[in-house]
Design a protein around this ligand. Sequence first.
Ligand SMILES: [Zn+2]
Length: 268
Amino acid sequence: MKHNVILVLLDGLSYQVAQHALGHLQAYCRAGRAALYKLDCELPALSRPLYECILTGVTPIDSGIVHNDVVRLSNQRSIFHYARDAGLKTAAAAYHWVSELYNRAPFQAARDRHTADAALPIQYGHFYYADHYPDSHLFADADSLRQQQAPDFLLVHPMNIDDAGHKFGLDSPQYRNSARMADVLLAEYIQTWLDAGYQILVTADHGMNADRSHNGLLPEEREVPLLVLGSAFSLDPQAQPKQTELCGTVCELLGVAHDKPLCRELLK
Ligand SMILES: [Zn+2]
């Protein structure tokens, strides 16, 4: 069975804040139309290594994307590769490091910020390069791609939660409120996306700590949410998905060939 998929990556959202701050998404859970799981991110708890982990299913120590300053194309196969090679349409509204991992590195804003090239793994993209690029604009960029291109796979990747965490720390009104803001923004789109037939996953690369950073094993920097919404999900509370299984699970939903681990229990 083939489904279209939207993967929302809320950068830097700790599970402990996701648990109480996402009122709209939690309403879907309470109504039995979504499920919330807790994942431990792979190590180190850093952005670029974990974008690669989520999108390819490969851990940082195996991918070689071991810190944020490794600026090169990934040498792994990502969801974008599997989908494009199966003839599906791919799109992303995401931080420019995602463009660097799968399309072109280093990022050149004038060339890469707006991308439309069927030969690239990410065929249609809007990529930003300021951490304070407003989430409201990012979600509008993403929905524009959806409306204009009708992609089979769309990555939506806002940065304001992580940005607030680095400026104010885990235990701050600014960090928590940026998570609440992302939830309100999602409220504008979620039902439209579901009605359009998309299966939706909402997760984070890593969390945040009280030192305004993230890298290691503290629960608040390592535990991240995974919310799933859509008719293809089992919503089984016993499922124990891993971050390395997201790539294979999305490929399974898309109905494309892949060679990565997946979490079968997440799916019907
Ligand atoms: Zn960060």
